[in-house]
Ligand binder design. Structure first.
Ligand code: CP
Length: 305
């Protein structure tokens, strides 16, 4: 097993299956005992060039629970980026001020670039439509916790499969666990071919659908996603697809008793609020699991666990 110490987490493929499982075990430890002062004397920088609620605040909550300190920004308009400072210079400077950088940026590849110029490890908190690996680890934690296993599950991915970075990272990770995938999206937001080619190369089963109302009974996990207005260059394309899927409580009648609904959140209207009281609605607990999982990621990368 490779050590995660001092390694950046840019893509979910940077870590092995064994390393994912180790993170999930550690996250379980933090769920049982969140307040462990392992990060005393450490500084973590959270650099968010794009809006966030869960990712930034759960990373910051994780650092606080571990006794570390935070620097950073939630809006680059208040930094020297607005004066024209490059990402290269920003990262070089901030990496001298901290022990670990957590960065969200709208450009695909920006996190890999930052990891190459930074003097400290970088965690990709989302780079455009590309990857969101810490989200995937909390998704894996949520799947394992609710299903009791990660192997041989049937996962439905619904909504924006073209630009959805959480979907892209989750497919790569779950492909290590003999998953059967069902991709449900409008024509304009279909899963990119590169992911299908990858699954073909592994001999994994996947199916594409334009609706899932009549086939939900086979699902172990239904992973809903938002159609992301900010990724569309053409507003008409967004208007055409924004209400493609709305999950409602009455659609759950035929689903398996242990089926669980995940969503990286934020939702707009793709999960009706009448689903929220269902025991199958797991998305709020999923977001809570982000704190434990991020405690596990941070302490692993800093070599504290
Ligand atoms: N799931 C997620 O990335 O949420 P935020 O955009 O609020 O961080």
């Amino acid at each position: 097993m490779h050590s995660m110490k001092n390694k950046s987490l840019v893509s979910i493929t940077d870590f092995s299956k064994e390393e994912y499982l180790r993170i999930l075990d550690l996250a379980g430890e933090f769920e049982r005992k969140p307040g462990q002062p392992l990060l005393q004397g450490y500084i973590v920088a959270t650099l968010f060039f794009e809006p966030s609620t869960r990712t930034r605040l759960s990373f910051e909550s994780a650092v606080n629970r571990l006794g570390g300190k935070i620097i950073g920004f939630s809006d680059s308009a208040n930094t020297s980026v607005s004066k024209g400072e490059t990402l290269n210079d920003t990262i070089k400077i901030v990496s001298n001020y901290c022990d670990l950088i957590v960065m969200r940026h709208p450009l695909e590849g920006s996190a890999r670039y930052a990891s190459e110029v930074s003097g400290v490890p970088v965690i990709n908190a989302g780079d455009g439509a590309n990857q969101h690996p810490s989200q995937t680890l909390l998704d894996l934690y949520s799947i394992k916790k609710t299903q009791g296993r990660l192997d041989n599950l049937c996962i439905y991915l619904v909504g924006d499969l073209k630009y959805g970075r959480t979907v892209h990272s989750l497919i790569m990770a779950m492909s290590k666990f003999n998953t059967t995938f069902h991709f449900i999206s409008p024509e304009e937001l279909k899963i990119p071919n590169e992911y299908k080619i990858y699954l073909d190369s592994l001999g994994l089963k996947y199916f594409e659908h334009s609706d899932f109302t009549d086939i939900i009974d086979e699902a172990d996990i239904v992973y809903m996603t938002r159609v992301q207005k900010e990724r569309f260059s053409d507003p008409i394309e967004y208007e055409k697809t924004k209400n493609a899927y709305v999950l409602r409580a009455d659609m759950l009648k035929k689903s398996k008793p242990n089926m669980r609904i995940l969503h990286p959140l934020p939702r707009v209207n793709e999960i009706h609020t009448d689903v929220d009281p269902s025991e199958k609605a797991y998305y709020f607990t999923q977001a809570l699991n982000g704190v434990y999982t991020r405690q596990a990621i941070i302490t692993s990368i800093l070599g504290l666990k």
